[in-house]
Design a protein around this ligand. Structure first.
Ligand code: K7E
Ligand code: CUA
Ligand code: CA
Length: 653
């Protein structure tokens, strides 16, 4: 780790927009601080935005607002046009919103424990999340950042979502027919699994035109293997890029890289994946990580990596059996056989996004006021030996504003980038940026700017990560909201601001509050998503298919309670077990009516879950407290919902 590389420059960065140049380390630290305090506390950089003092309710007249923005109103009883699938940050969940209304439809628990559904409480969910030998959950926390859908023919096929857990280095899959998580995989040899992206077709078999792999970037350097050795030997620290099989969700291979990784993008032809790298310095402290003027965007040649794995040219790390190929520069001197290509990009870049025409990847500069456009044809040319320097693949690098993070596209050749420090979305034209880069001084790539409130992180367009973006909406997911909503104490809500991007000028049309903290999301046309409204009774091998089958089975101290629910009653009015029993309770909801969900809670036993129509779930607990327990339905299901109870009697041993 290059701790000797702490260069501090003394010049101040110019703040006026005409002279925004690369920012020095000192200036960036000052500016990052100033950007926050200006944006959050006093809003000084927004001449056209009044700044009510913190804690005051906003005073815009509602009638004016609805007249102006009425065309996006979704009236009572009307349905929205889009689903938005959003990460929930450190809540560990995924959220489903409807657009343009911003209605919250669902929270999908993934890495978190959720007693609304019983996720992390039932045996079925615990088995997916992962347990310790004693049956307890291995982890109760998660940090979701990037949600992406599975692809077929370059667009979403509506089968799956994939989402990362940055804390514990995991990836999860959500099946979209039920909108529930069905797989969680802990990846070996990683820490800080940040960016993920599915491939869009197979890089090897051209007939497979759908997602078969998901790629993950590792953000934090760790000693490999990370088992207590080499903590103070920087040379032993490195990061790996991971490929997971989209069906089995097992890791297929890993690739050792120079530097770290952040977010991931994949090409529409399946051959390339890339990750922006902000810590090519291998720094330990932030000043080390921002010491170089340029970092990189590393490209992976998927077919070559898989050929190397096939040919046995790999090693393994510690106890892990996952094959690891060497993608470092040292091991890849000849482009014609290289597994990786490191394209220099200024400075601590954040976000890499693929243009819908399949031609370019765009890296946002974060600490540089630029976006870097990389031409994939030139990347392929470099891999074929036809280009000298990786940097020659850069075809544009427009100056767009301060703190660029993420970019969405409208399918008309325009890019929309979030500017964290400027609290703006900037619209810029890719062809114009390329012309400018070629030397045409008469073109200005920046087309428009709009203020957002405040400090946007991710931004994305409707269908913008498919080959069929519709160019209608952009969502700005903002990290700070201060005066935009009724105050709720020190912790403010975050927000997603809806921007109409159909015209030349962007138009901010709605503020949607969100629970902290949304990062990446996708906006999917509603007709792509087809959900099932009733579970399949036969899906669970232990389903109790008839109310007459309800009973208590005993094998020594192991007791199974088989139970059904059908409004307004459970299949047993009471059941008796003994203190010290290990009880497994299996509950099948026999109701077939859509939306007729029952709940099941046992006081003092800390059990609470729901069963949807025709669904079966189970819980296992130790009957350690003698007494009478009214187990009851928690979910309002019937006029006699409150009466829907059963009596669990635990006899004293
Ligand atoms: Cu995608 Cu938020 Cu994880 Cu940028 S990161 S903001
Ligand atoms: Cu069943 Cu309420
Ligand atoms: Ca850096």
């Amino acid at each position: 780790m290059s701790t000797d590389n702490k260069r501090i420059k003394s010049e101040e960065a110019p703040l006026d927009s005409g002279k925004r140049k690369f920012l020095s380390t000192t200036a960036m630290i000052t500016l990052a601080g100033a950007g926050l305090s200006v944006g959050v506390a006093s809003c000084k950089n927004k001449e056209n935005t009044p700044a009510p003092s913190s804690g005051e309710a906003p005073t815009q007249p509602a009638a004016t607002a609805s007249a102006q923005y009425g065309e996006f109103e979704v009236r009572p009883g009307q349905l929205d046009d889009y689903y938005e699938f959003s990460s929930g940050g450190h809540s560990g969940e995924v959220r489903v919103y409807a657009l343009p209304s911003g209605r919250t439809l669902k929270r999908i628990p993934v890495f978190n424990v959720d007693c609304e559904s019983g996720w992390g409480i039932t045996n079925e969910s615990k088995a997916i999340m992962g347990t310790e030998p004693d049956g307890s959950l291995r982890y109760k926390t998660g940090d979701t950042h990037h949600v992406h859908g599975s692809y077929a023919d370059g667009t979403y096929d509506g089968r799956y979502l994939f989402v990362n857990d940055k804390i514990h280095g995991r990836i999860a899959r959500i099946r979209l027919d039920y909108m529930v998580c069905d797989k969680v995989t802990e990846i070996p040899n990683v820490q800080g699994t940040h960016g993920i992206f599915p491939d869009k077709r197979d890089p090897v078999d051209s007939k497979i035109n759908r997602t078969t792999r998901v790629f993950l970037g590792q953000e934090f350097h760790i000693p490999q293997p990370n088992d207590g050795r080499d903590e103070n030997d920087p040379a032993k620290y490195y990061c790996v890029f991971t490929c997971v099989d989209a069906e089995t969700m097992k890791p297929r291979w890993q690739c050792k890289v120079d530097g770290n990784m952040d977010l991931i993008a994949t090409s529409y032809d399946g051959t390339l994946a890339a990750s922006n790298q902000y810590n090519t310095e291998n720094g330990v402290h932030y000043e080390d990580m921002m010491s170089a003027e340029r970092d990189a965007c590393v490209f992976f040649h998927i077919a070559r990596i898989e050929a190397a794995v096939k040919a046995g040219k790999y090693f393994t790390i510690g106890k892990s059996k996952v094959p690891v190929v060497d993608g470092t520069k040292k091991a890849n001197r000849d482009p014609k056989t290289s597994l990786t290509c490191y394209v220099p990009v200024p400075k601590n870049p954040h976000g890499v996004n693929a243009t819908p025409d399949g031609k370019y990847f765009v890296c946002a500069g974060k600490l540089s006021p630029t976006a870097t456009v990389i031409d994939l044809t030139l990347i392929r040319k470099w891999f074929d030996g036809g280009l000298k320097e990786p940097r020659d693949t850069v075809v544009a690098e427009p100056e767009i504003g301060l703190g660029p993070l993420h970019t969405g596209f409208d399918g008309r050749g325009n890019a929309y980038t979030t500017l964290f420090l400027d609290s703006q979305i900037v619209k810029w034209n890719i062809d114009k940026a390329i012309a400018q880069f070629k030397g045409d001084k008469t073109v200005e790539p920046v087309m428009d700017r709009v203020d957002v409130h405040y400090q946007p992180g991710h931004g994305f367009t409707s269908m913008g990560e498919t080959k069929e973006p519709d160019g209608k909406f952009f969502i700005s997911d903002n990290k700070f909201t201060k005066d935009r909503f009724l105050p709720v104490g020190p912790r403010h809500p975050d927000s997603g601001q809806l921007i109409d991007i159909r015209g030349d000028k962007m138009r901010l049309v709605a503020d949607h509050s969100t629970h902290p903290e949304p990062h990446d999301a996708i906006i999917v046309k509603r007709d792509i998503i087809r959900t099932k409204q009733i579970n399949d009774l036969n899906e669970h091998p232990l389903a109790v298919k008839n109310a007459k089958d309800c009973r208590v089975e005993r094998r020594g101290k192991k007791v199974t309670v088989l139970l059904t629910s059908q409004a307004p009653a459970f299949g047993l009015r009471e059941f008796t077990i003994k203190q010290g029993d290990e009880v497994t309770l299996i509950l099948t909801n026999l109701d077939k009516v859509e939306d007729l969900t029952h709940g099941f809670a046992i006081p003092q036993y800390d059990i609470n879950f729901v069963v949807n129509p025709q669904q079966t779930k189970s819980v296992t607990f130790k009957a350690d407290k003698p007494g009478v327990y009214w187990v009851y339905c928690t979910n309002f299901c019937h006029a006699l919902h409150l009466e829907m109870r059963s009596r669990m009697i635990v006899e004293k041993a």
